[in-house]
Design a protein around this ligand. Structure first.
Ligand code: ADP
Length: 265
């Protein structure tokens, strides 16, 4: 009896191992597919601004005698170059995260000073877009990589300014949230804007790489469709999350959740 039970348990073990292996293979195939898609997308996205830069560069000598046309060509080349730069920078960050399972240097981060710092970095851009930035920061700590925290907040604020209306407002605030058991606690950082909101059928896609709402001004602003997917990857890396809480004609509100303490401690 002992022998047959040990055989049947080794059989069970074998099946379990086999299942795990099959799961791992399926996951690898899925990752490979995602990478192929990513490379396809990025090649396409890189070509668009380059084509435009090349065309304007060709036109420059034809425009030589017309300062207005020259200025227009210069502006377009500048915008497209900016977009190329943003694309390459974000794509590199995203792929570095996937490929090297990049290192995060997590520590206790005073969140209110990071919120204020991010706001002051974007003050110039907000003024140019006639948008008012409001900070309602409550002091408190999160357990995260300081550089990543800045990156996530700056990306959310940048969108909130970019997709706002003239004379609009962006408000960044924070509060502590605990789960029912009181064992887990998060800092919730909310970024709210007074823009035109995100169409309902697009809300589940905005965190996908390269996705931009069609007909949006994203492209005019050097948008890449990579900002929110980067925020999501970074948030998950710190065992946090990002969520679109609400969005409508009055504006949108995003919530970034980060752990208060080291989840491994
Ligand atoms: P992008 O570089 O285009 O801004 P993101 O990944 O940051 O890329 O955002 C994806 C898309 O989601 C944007 O193109 C835009 O259409 C939409 N979006 C993001 N944030 C907002 C916002 N605060 N208000 C309205 N639309 C937004």
């Amino acid at each position: 009896f002992e022998m047959s039970s040990s055989i049947s348990s080794s059989v069970a073990l074998l099946t379990e191992e086999k299942l795990k292996l099959l799961e791992a293979i399926a996951r690898l195939q899925e990752l490979e597919q995602q990478q192929k898609q990513f490379i396809g997308n990025i090649s396409h996205e890189l070509k668009t601004p380059l084509t435009s830069i090349r065309a304007y560069a060709d036109l420059l000598h034809m425009y030589q005698d017309d300062p207005l046309l020259l200025e227009e060509a210069r502006t377009h080349i500048g915008i497209e170059a900016e977009r190329l730069y943003a694309l390459i920078e974000k794509a590199l960050q995203l792929s570095a995260m996937d490929i090297y399972d990049f290192e995060t240097h997590t520590e206790s981060v005073q969140i209110s000073s990071f919120m204020e710092e991010a706001v002051s970095r974007l003050q110039g851009k907000a003024q140019l877009s006639d948008v008012t930035l409001e900070v309602r920061a409550t002091p408190g700590y999160v357990w995260a990589d300081p550089e990543n925290v800045t990156h996530m907040i700056v990306n959310l604020l940048d969108n909130a300014i970019k997709y706002n209306k003239q004379g609009g407002t962006v408000t960044i605030s924070n509060y502590v949230e605990k789960d029912d058991s009181d064992r887990n606690a998060w800092m919730v950082i909310e970024v709210a804007d007074t823009g035109k909101g995100i169409p309902v059928d697009a809300t589940h896609r905005i965190f996908d790489p390269f996705y931009t709402v069609s007909g949006d001004r994203s492209r005019d602003y050097g948008g890449t469709g990579l900002g929110l997917s980067l925020v999501r990857s970074l948030a998950e890396k710190q065992r946090g999350s990002i969520q679109l809480v609400e969005s409508g004609p009055e504006g949108s509100r995003f919530a970034l959740r980060l752990p208060l303490q080291d989840p491994d401690a």
